[in-house]
Structures are given as structure tokens and as C-alpha cells.
Design a protein around this ligand. Structure first.
Ligand SMILES: N[C@@H](CCC(=O)N[C@@H](CS)C(=O)NCC(=O)O)C(=O)O
Length: 320
């Protein structure tokens, strides 16, 4: 990670642990906003004005948090407004890097960076913390606008005004309370829950995380069992994006590497149907790269020292 703008040690996946061996995730550092005319964000955040071609996303297809941003960009039809670059899914000793894995970018067109952490020090020479993806970058000022995917989802949904496809609203007012409630519960038990299982440093913390994960999967399965297409009805919302990015990685990576192997998503008929419904939406399929997901997670040396990537599972039922 970075300390006062310097890369200080080989990359390690575990960010921090509490006294019971639970994985603790760090908070994001860059939290500015983008709004149609540059007026402050919803909670008064300093904001830049929306502009076609000005902003850029740096992502990793392995990463669920980055994939949320990619999904929102696709659903809001912002592919021609916001450009992207993709890092190599395999983590180096200095974290994310550009590289030659198929589907990644070999070089960075923005500042000529080799490593992700260079975008952070370019934005703030004294920055401390982890150099995570996704990053929403402003080409005009040459700095990070925001590195928190929860914010980026909101920015993409409403910050680009008429530049976006506004037939889709990922946070409709009528569902906002339900979306926020489900988001919070899914974050703790599922989205971050799989990491809490995988990076637990005690049996207790691992089992606690597993109980949370499978209770949430059962709940989502039962919620979908009335035949609705998405978690809160017939239209996709932010809650579906958040669920999808974890569910699509589950059988490919978490079941094996993170030991969340009580059962697979393929064993839940409604969750599997939900994955198909989301994948059928325009632009979504290209945000999912199972090869990156497997290569990336299984490159985490602390969990898989020999770097062997499993050949399965078979994703043909989802057409992946
Ligand atoms: N809160 C951040 C978390 C992002 C995050 O943890 N990304 C991971 C990849 S899945 C990362 O870049 N990790 C690199 C590191 O921790 O050094 C967000 O949601 O945007």
C-alpha cells in the first residue's frame, strides 16, 4: 500500500483484521462528485461538471467493485461518454498493473502509468492507503475524482444528465428506501461477506462469514421465487447490480478460493435465473470476463501460493 505517497511493501490482500480475526476493509479516499452542471453533489460534495470525453474509468474485470461501475456505465449508455482502461487481472507485488493478459490494456494512455498506485500519487503526492480499482479519473485536471464504487454508481446514474440514457433509473425514488436497506444488508453479508470468509484469520471469523453469506443467498432466492425478474421487481436497480457482481464470481472463484463451498449459485434455481436475466440486458455480457475473474483471484499468493487456476466450472448454462 501507499504511505505518504510511497509504495511501502509487497502487495498483501489482507487490509486489516480485528481482534477476532475478521477482515476489515479500508475507506476510500477520493470522494468528489460529477453533476450535470458542476453544482455540489447530493451531500454537498465538491463536484465537476459532466462532459462527454472528459472522464475515464480505470477498472479490473476481476473486481466486483469495478464491475459495478462498468455495469452502470453500460446500463446508462455512457460507453461513448466515459472511456475505460482495464488492468491485468493478476496482482503484482506493487498491486494492479497494466499487462498482457488478453482483454487488458498493455499501457496507460492517461499518464503513462505502469502501476495503479501511480494514479493515486499523481492525484495526491502524499496519499496513504491502498491503490484500489475502480478509479473515476478526470482527464482535464489529471486527478482522481472518486475511488469509491458506491459513489461512482450514484454518479453514473444521475450525474451525467442528458448525456446518459435516462429511461433506466437505478435508484428510483419509490424504491430508494428498499434499495438502501437491501444494499446495506448485502454489503455486509454477501459483497464483503465473501471477502470476510476468504481472508478470515480464524475459524470463528470464517464460519461467521459463511453463515451470513448463505443466509443472504437463501433470502435472495426466496425473494425471487415469486417470479419477479429482479430483486425489487421487474426493473433493474442498483441492488441488482450489487448482487450480480458477487453472484457471478461465486462459483468461479469464491467457492474454491474463499471456501464458500456450502453450495453453489448453480444450485439455486432462482439465483441462476436472475444471473441470466441480468446477462440478457444490453451491454452487460461484455462486463463479465470469467477468465479474468479466475486468473485474478487465483493469483492471490497468500491464498494460493502456486498460482494454479482451476479449469472449471462450466459456465455454458449462462453462455459464458
Ligand atoms: N471501497 C472500494 C473497494 C474497492 C476494492 O477493494 N477493490 C479491490 C479489487 S476487488 C482492489 O483494488 N484491491 C487492491 C488493494 O486492496 O490493494 C470500492 O468499492 O470502490
Amino acid at each position: 500500500m501507499l504511505v505518504d505517497g510511497k509504495w511501502n511493501a509487497d502487495w498483501q490482500p489482507v487490509q486489516a483484521a480485528d481482534e477476532k480475526g475478521r477482515f476489515v476493509r479500508q475507506d476510500s479516499v477520493f470522494r468528489d462528485w460529477i453533476t450535470p452542471d458542476g453544482h455540489p453533489g447530493p451531500e454537498g460534495q465538491p463536484a465537476l461538471p459532466a462532459e462527454a470525453g472528459r472522464y475515464h474509468l480505470i477498472v479490473a474485470y476481476i473486481c466486483p467493485w469495478a464491475s459495478r461501475a462498468l455495469m452502470a456505465r453500460a446500463l446508462k449508455g455512457l460507453e461513448d461518454v466515459i472511456s475505460i482502461t482495464v488492468v491485468d487481472p493478476r496482482l503484482s507485488n506493487e498491486g494492479w498493473t497494466f499487462g498482457d493478459f488478453p482483454g487488458s490494456d498493455m499501457t496507460d494512455p492517461l499518464i503513462g502509468a505502469t502501476y495503479m498506485h501511480e494514479f493515486y500519487t499523481h492525484s495526491d503526492p502524499k496519499v496513504s492507503g491502498r491503490a484500489t480499482v475502480p478509479v473515476l479519473w478526470d482527464k482535464k485536471t489529471g486527478r482522481i475524482v472518486n475511488n469509491e464504487s458506491a459513489d461512482i454508481l450514484r454518479i453514473l446514474n444521475s450525474g451525467f444528465g442528458e448525456l446518459a440514457n435516462n429511461d433506466i433509473d437505478l435508484r428510483p425514488d419509490a424504491l430508494l428506501a428498499q434499495i438502501e436497506d437491501l444494499n446495506a444488508q448485502m454489503y455486509d453479508s454477501l459483497n464483503n461477506g465473501v471477502y470476510k470468509a476468504g481472508f478470515a484469520t480464524s475459524q470463528f471469523a470464517y464460519e461467521e462469514a459463511n453463515d451470513g453469506i448463505f443466509a443472504m443467498l437463501e433470502r435472495l432466492e426466496s425473494q425471487l421465487s415469486d417470479g419477479r425478474r429482479f430483486l425489487l421487481g421487474q426493473e433493474i436497480t442498483e441492488a441488482d447490480i450489487r448482487a450480480f457482481v458477487t453472484l457471478i464470481r461465486f462459483d468461479a472463484a469464491y467457492v474454491g478460493l474463499f471456501k464458500t463451498n456450502r453450495c453453489r449459485i448453480a444450485d439455486f434455481p432462482y439465483l441462476q435465473g436472475f444471473l441470466n436475466s441480468v446477462l440478457a440486458l444490453p451491454g452487460i455480457r461484455s462486463t463479465v470476463r470469467i477468465d479474468h475473474i479466475k486468473a485474478g483471484y487465483y493469483s492471490i499468493k497468500a491464498l494460493n501460493p502456486n498460482g494454479i487456476v482451476p479449469t472449471g466450472p462450466d459456465f455454458s448454462e449462462l453462455g459464458l
